[in-house]
Ligand binder design. Structure first.
Ligand code: 3PG
Length: 213
C-alpha cells in the first residue's frame, strides 16, 4: 500500500465521526465492552495506543467487535507496525514519522496516519505521499490558530489534531477547512473505564458524535 493509498484509507477513517477516541487500556478483559460502548455511541474509529503491555491483546479483542475500525497508536518502530497488523489493526497512528516507520507501514500494508507538528514536517510527509496527517501535540503547538496558519500555504494536507483536544476547544478545530476529525482521550476517562461505566462512556461518545463538522 502506497502512502497515497494509505491517506485515502485514513481519510475515510477520519470521516467516520468527529472524534477518534485515543485509548490507553491496561486490561484486555475490558477491551470488548469498552469498544462496544464507544461504537454504540457513534464513534466507530478507535485508536489503541501501544503504551501498555496489554495493548496488542486489546487491539485483537477490539478488532473482533462488530461495527468498529480499530487502529494502533503510538507506533514508533517496525516491530510495533508488525505486531499491530498481526493483531488486526486496520490503521496506524504515530506521534511523528521516520523513514523506517513509513517503510514498515508500506511493507506491512498498514495505512499510516503520521504525525507532524510544523510546516516542514507537513511538507516532508506530503512529499512522501501523505495528504492526511495527525497534528500533534495540537494544543501545545498553538492549537487551532496554528493549524489554520499551516493550512494557508499547505491546503493539500488534511489533519486530525490530537493532544489536548477536549469539548472546550474541539469546535475551533472542527471549524477549520483542513481538519477532518480530532483525536482525544476524554471520551473514555480512566475513572469511567475503571468503574466499567459503559453507559457513561456511550453518553460521552454520543455527545462527541453529535458535534457539527
Ligand atoms: C495522547 O498523547 O495520548 C493523545 O494525543 C491524546 O491526547 P489527550 O489525552 O490530550 O486527548
Amino acid at each position: 500500500m502506497t502512502p497515497q493509498q494509505a491517506s485515502v484509507e485514513t481519510r475515510n477513517v477520519c470521516e467516520l465521526a468527529p472524534v477518534v477516541p485515543v485509548l490507553v487500556v491496561e486490561n484486555a478483559g475490558i477491551a470488548a465492552p469498552l469498544a462496544a460502548a464507544l461504537i454504540s455511541g457513534g464513534l466507530p474509529a478507535l485508536e489503541v495506543t501501544l503504551r501498555t503491555k496489554a495493548a496488542i491483546d486489546v487491539i485483537r479483542e477490539m478488532a473482533a467487535v462488530e461495527g468498529g475500525v480499530v487502529g494502533a497508536g503510538t507506533l514508533l518502530t517496525s516491530q510495533d507496525v508488525e505486531q499491530a497488523k498481526e493483531a488486526g489493526a486496520r490503521f496506524g497512528v504515530s506521534p511523528g514519522a521516520t523513514d523506517r516507520l513509513i517503510d514498515a507501514c508500506v511493507a506491512n500494508e498498514l495505512p499510516l496516519l503520521p504525525g507532524s507538528a510544523t510546516a516542514t514536517e507537513a511538507m516532508y510527509l506530503l512529499e512522501r505521499g501523505y495528504s492526511m496527517q495527525k497534528f500533534f501535540p495540537a494544543e501545545a503547538n498553538g492549537g487551532a490558530p496554528a493549524l489554520k496558519a499551516i493550512g494557508a500555504p499547505i491546503p493539500q494536507v488534511t489533519f486530525c489534531p490530537t493532544g489536548g483536544v477536549s469539548l472546550k476547544n474541539i469546535k475551533d478545530y472542527l471549524a477549520l477547512s483542513n481538519t477532518a476529525c480530532v483525536g482525544g482521550s476524554w471520551v473514555a476517562p480512566k475513572e469511567l473505564v475503571a468503574a466499567k461505566d459503559w453507559d457513561g462512556i456511550t453518553a460521552l461518545a454520543k455527545e462527541a458524535a453529535a458535534l457539527p463538522r
